[in-house]
Design a protein around this ligand. Structure first.
Ligand SMILES: Nc1ncnc2c1ncn2[C@@H]1O[C@H](COP(=O)(O)OP(=O)(O)OP(=O)(O)O)[C@@H](O)[C@H]1O
Length: 299
């Protein structure tokens, strides 16, 4: 994935002592983004890579959605499309009901700056290299037109002691925590993070996940790409991608939804796989519904 550098610094200064919502986050339950049959293609020496192949997705304020799946399955691509950083090659994406394809470059730029927090897979790609930790937060607050308690924000991710440190001298974990708290300034209507806990020990991961939950509680729609069981456990909804196709979706307290692909294949949720230790299953049609049985059960 390519990532855009953050916007140029403009010498911001802190303007207040509390996070103040800009009015941007949606109310919990509102659909912020609706994607239908999303397609994304990239040029490759052997022809086009189909990074997304017909993905349907809905992103709602007040919730954490985790996108998971094997390496190369399209997680980062889906994040980039949802964060309006890449236009999909096909399908339909709506932002607050408006077709994204109909938005001008200026509209997109404004939305990205004011309403969308972005944490790149490499956290330094979403930080301003020339600013210290305090300046990063001040700059983002100015871009979003909000007031922020910088000390409280740094303390939220245990970086109070690193307020005057620049990204280059922070550890990987500190950079990651800083990138998340900077992206979360506002809070933005949409907060998108690519593997935000990948480099973090349990304590730091817990800080980041609790910050993401706090922003979701304030109304942000939080979307993560992750392989991390800790982040998956913290999500309200888990979307599974496989070869660019949404192979399953699960929300806490609800049944799994699995997609049947064009060849009739479905991906079972990981937690039921131990029921089929030999990888074989007996499929029965019973009174109009389908039952799956381990072979041993029926033998
Ligand atoms: N800018 C690009 N140009 C060409 N191919 C790309 C580009 N970005 C992604 N791809 C390809 O698209 C497919 C999906 O990539 P993507 O980065 O979205 O997967 P991912 O699930 O995020 O992987 P990982 O977990 O390794 O980060 C892969 O085959 C990848 O090589």
């Amino acid at each position: 994935m390519t990532t855009d550098p953050p916007p140029a610094a403009a010498g911001a200064s802190p303007r207040g002592d509390a996070f103040r919502q800009s009015g941007a986050p949606s109310q919990a339950g509102d659909s912020l983004l609706e994607g239908h049959e999303l397609l994304q293609l990239y040029a490759a020496p052997t022809g086009a890579t189909q990074a997304l192949r017909g993905v349907d997705v809905s992103v709602t304020g007040g919730r954490i959605s985790a996108i998971t799946g094997p390496s190369g399955s399209g997680k980062s691509t889906l994040l980039a499309v949802l964060a309006l950083r890449e236009r999909p090659a096909g399908g339909e994406l709506r932002h607050r009901g408006r077709l994204v394809a109909g938005l001008s470059r200026r509209d997109l730029h404004r939305l990205r700056r004011r309403e969308i927090g972005w944490v790149a897979q490499r956290p330094t790609h979403s930080l301003f290299p020339q600013l210290d930790a305090r300046g990063q937060i001040a700059q983002m607050a100015q871009l979003r037109g909000v007031e922020v308690d910088i000390d409280a924000a740094l303390a939220e991710v245990s970086l109070a002691e690193r307020a005057t440190a620049h990204p280059a001298v922070l550890s990987g974990g500190e950079q990651q925590r800083l990138a998340v708290v900077v992206a979360a300034v506002g809070p933005p209507a949409l907060l998108v993070a690519d593997e935000p806990t990948a480099e973090l020990d349990d304590d730091s991961a817990a800080l980041v996940l609790s910050l993401l939950r706090a922003r979701a509680d304030q109304g942000s729609a939080v979307v993560l790409a992750t392989h991390d069981a800790r982040a998956i456990a913290a999500a309200d909804t888990v979307l599974r991608l496989r070869h660019g196709v949404l192979s399953g979706e699960h929300s806490a307290g609800e049944d799994h939804t699995a997609t049947i692909d064009g060849l009739g294949r479905i991906q079972l949720p990981e937690e039921v796989l131990p029921l089929f230790p030999d990888g074989r299953v007996i499929v029965s049609l019973v009174d109009g519904h389908v039952e799956l049985h381990p072979r041993t059960e029926r033998a």
